[in-house]
Design a protein around this ligand. Structure first.
Ligand code: ADP
Ligand code: MG
Length: 262
């Protein structure tokens, strides 16, 4: 479990009390599938960076299985938690295979040499993400969506128990948006991998996640079952839009945003 207590974070300490994360307390339990929602600038990416240990909170505590992050070596934490960040830019023309092999870094021996087990895990990750056929291509020679799938494969090769993803479907066509969330659901159901995904798609949140956290201006505006917290009232007040719910043929709820008039 990842436990956050009274987390405050600001990018520019000198600027005063403009907290980017403002008293965040929550728990990410093993087996959760959480979508992290909220308007642009509400602090989603920052919260993900706190969860991954990339940023240290200004105050408050963050613990992994009751142990404070500061007492856990980076290498150990990266065997537990993998991140797919929003801006994955590779300046060097690594091949897709090389990018995915980077996910094995925490496991390599002191000489940094990969073995057959590492190669097997990397090949599996490439196949799961349907990019095995692209493995020898340069990361800069494939489409944005294919590159995104490579970065997710890299995270999978890390064999994490927790997978944190920042807008994993941002560059993907509709088919692959569902494919990614189907895959995340599979990893969650079958491998018990805990998933925390930032998304702008409220319907994907409703359809796939077990829990949603709604951020507004650095604070948690609501958290709980997506069907319970994605109410018209919460959506209207956090996103400043007017929305309706319709029932689909299969009986599930779909959110329709009507206008931005409020
Ligand atoms: P979200 O992912 O929800 O869009 P972010 O966590 O990226 O939001 O940003 C939250 C706030 O912090 C925003 O006001 C943003 O402008 C600010 N911010 C984000 N990154 C930086 C940075 N590197 N330096 C200064 N301010 C930042
Ligand atoms: Mg963001």
């Amino acid at each position: 479990m990842i436990e956050l207590k009274n987390i405050y974070f600001t990018y520019n300490k000198k600027s005063g009390k403009n907290f980017c994360l403002n008293n965040i307390s929550t728990k990410i339990r093993e087996g959760d599938f959480i979508t992290l929602l909220g308007p642009n600038g509400s602090g989603k990416s920052t919260l993900l960076k706190i969860l991954s240990g990339y940023f240290k909170p200004e105050s408050g505590t963050i613990k992994f299985n009751s142990k404070s992050y500061q007492d856990i070596p980076v290498k150990s934490l990266s065997k537990e938690i993998a991140v797919v960040s929003q801006k994955n830019i590779s300046i060097f023309p690594f091949s897709i295979h090389e990018i995915v092999m980077m996910g094995r870094t925490p496991y390599l021996n002191m000489f940094g040499v990969e073995d057959s087990e590492d190669r097997k895990i990397v090949n599996e990750a490439l196949k799961i993400m349907e990019i095995y056929h692209l493995k020898d291509k340069g990361i800069n020679e494939v489409s944005g969506g294919e590159a995104q799938r490579a970065f997710i494969a890299r995270a999978l090769a890390q064999r994490p128990k927790y997978l944190l993803l920042d807008e994993p479907n941002a560059h993907l066509d509709v088919h692959h948006q569902f494919a990614i969330f189907d895959l995340l659901k599979d990893l969650n159901d079958k491998e018990n991998i805990t998933v925390v995904a930032v998304s702008h798609d409220l319907n994907l949140s409703l359809r796939y996640s077990k829990k949603a956290i709604l951020l507004d201006d650095g604070k948690i505006a609501a958290e709980g079952l997506p069907t319970e917290i994605l109410t018209g009232k919460n959506i209207d007040s956090v996103f400043k839009v007017s929305s309706d719910f319709v029932l689909t043929k299969s009986g599930s709820k779909t959110i329709i945003v009507n206008s931005t008039s409020i």
